[in-house]
Design a protein around this ligand. Sequence first.
Ligand SMILES: Nc1ncnc2c1ncn2[C@@H]1O[C@H](COP(=O)(O)OP(=O)(O)OP(=O)(O)O)[C@@H](O)[C@H]1O
Length: 254
Amino acid sequence: MLILDRIYYQYDLYPILDGVSLTLAPGQILCLTGPSGCGKTTVMRIAAGLIKPNSGVVNNRFAGTAYVFQEPRLLPWQTTQENIAFGLKAQGISPAKRDRYSQELAQQLGLEKALNHYPHQLSGGMQQRVALGRALAINPDLLLLDEPFKGLDIGRRREFQAMLLKLLSDRKLAACIISHDLAEAVRFGDRILVMSPSPSRIVHQWQSPQSPATRDEVYIYQEVSQLLALPQVSSCFHLNNIASHPNFMKSQSN
Ligand SMILES: Nc1ncnc2c1ncn2[C@@H]1O[C@H](COP(=O)(O)OP(=O)(O)OP(=O)(O)O)[C@@H](O)[C@H]1O
């Protein structure tokens, strides 16, 4: 279980988080969404223990937490396989086991043909998958993912999303995923927290009884449309008048 309780945070004198609370249970997927710059990464850095809040409580009871940053941050002088195995070496695992495990992960992530490639030889999407492999290699029970689909075209994005959902479900991992895209959050999250512009508060919580793997496009866009009809959500994304737009009303009644 991860618990953040009434977190306040400021950078220099600028207040960023204004009493943010959240909980994340084992196996659950929580999406943090909100406009650019509202403080989503700051929440994640606090959850990971990388920075300390000015006040509030952080209680991370997961045994192992892995963080996948917005930029893949791979070691440029190491191959795909070596980058994936990076954390295993620090855990004292033998070279033979490291090789076997990193090859298995590379296969699950569709990277088997790029095992001996260096980061500069990989596309942005492949680099993101290597970063995910490196995080999964240490066998965490909590995965923190900051904008994991950033910069991918729609086809690659869907492919990576399906792969990630399967990995999370097969390994029964809890995940906290940042996305500024409401549709992506609805596609993925068991729960969504919508954050307001900074100083940021949680202005809305959304939860679905339907498992992410079974959600289709119609369901996703209906839910997004209902979320955007809520003034506290639409105003966060600077869409103040969306609910009164004649076409919006038409789409709601269809
Ligand atoms: N090291 C820092 N020093 C000062 N201000 C910072 C620092 N890091 C972030 N900020 C500011 O804190 C605010 C929140 O940043 P954060 O990266 O948490 O937002 P975000 O919601 O993750 O943004 P994005 O969606 O664009 O990635 C922003 O206004 C940002 O400019």
